[in-house]
Ligand binder design. Structure first.
Ligand code: MG
Length: 291
């Protein structure tokens, strides 16, 4: 089934300025940042990435710019070893390792299912999406970023994927263990909007869990009457606390709302980075009735 959902959203990657900052990269500031953060310097040396993370649009929900590397990094929090558990009795199992019967997509066959694990392909912004549509939901997703002996310089190319609520609102997936990117692009971030409260990431190659509560936006007369909200627990740690979304996910821009149906499919992102495939297991959803 071909969806009409606008899955062309680019939940991408990379790096935005506080209210005092400029609309172009200040060379002196860039050099200062590179000197202070040698681990960022290799990718900040790319003028496009420097512009992305230092001169993005000002955000309406903070004093920072979109994808701003100057924003305070979320504090690392080590977590326990496990988070996987059988689905609750009233959950709809979306993926249990046996088949992809609940899923579809424009390039469906480029995702692989092997040994009970679902893995992204290598096509940029190739979305897998559920056949069913959802509104208010609790979602459980287990995911794993790959071990890479030589990770790509751009931290946004390290195990980048995402859980797209309604195919529009991205909870970022990334290898964020002891590696830094712009905070609103790290694991646990509502991409390009809201960094995680802390960095609860586990190392690459280790399974991690997202437990998500999502409430969709409500529209009235073509305008948003109530914004979307998202709560996220990452590996047992709260990283989004009923966070208000400013709109649909966009990259290095200010998201906004366009009226859409009350229920839409859930999506998983293939960011399309070679040799940095992300794996999934144990995905389930519970429909919520907010009353
Ligand atoms: Mg992503």
């Amino acid at each position: 089934m071909k969806s009409t959902v606008p899955f062309a959203l680019a939940a991408i990657c990379c790096l935005a300025v506080p209210a005092f900052a400029q609309d172009a990269v200040d060379p002196a500031e860039l050099q200062h940042i590179m000197a202070q953060h040698p681990d960022w310097a290799p990718w900040l040396a790319d003028p496009e990435l420097a512009k992305l993370t230092l001169a993005g649009p000002k955000m309406p929900n903070s004093n920072w710019r979109a994808d701003d590397i100057r924003r305070p990094q979320p504090v690392p929090v080590e977590t326990g070893k496990a988070c996987s558990a059988p689905p609750p009795a009233d959950a709809e199992v979306l993926f249990d390792g046996k088949n992809l019967d609940k899923w579809t997509g424009d390039h469906f066959s480029e995702w692989t299912l092997k040994d009970g694990v679902l893995t992204t392909g290598a096509r940029v912004y190739n979305f897998l999406q559920t056949k069913q549509s959802y509104g208010d939901v609790q979602v459980h997703v287990e995911w794993k970023t790959p071990l890479q002996p030589k990770p790509p310089l751009n931290p946004q190319y390290r195990g980048n994927s995402g859980v797209f609520l309604m195919g529009l609102y991205e909870l970022q997936i990334l290898d964020s263990y002891k590696t830094q990117t712009y905070p609103d692009g790290a694991a646990g971030a509502i991409y390009s909007q809201s960094p995680p409260l802390v960095n609860a990431s586990r190392p690459a190659g280790v399974w991690q869990c997202y437990d998500i509560v999502f409430h969709p936006p409500h529209f009235s007369g073509g305008a948003v009457a109530a914004p979307a909200r998202m709560t996220v627990i990452h590996n047992g740690v709260l990283v989004q606390d009923n966070t208000v979304l400013i709109g649909a996910t966009v990259h290095n821009a200010v998201g906004h709302y366009e009226p859409h149906p009350a229920e839409l499919p859930l999506g998983l992102q293939d960011h399309g980075n070679p040799d940095s495939h992300v794996s999934f297991r144990n995905i389930w959803v519970r429909r919520l009735n907010p009353g």
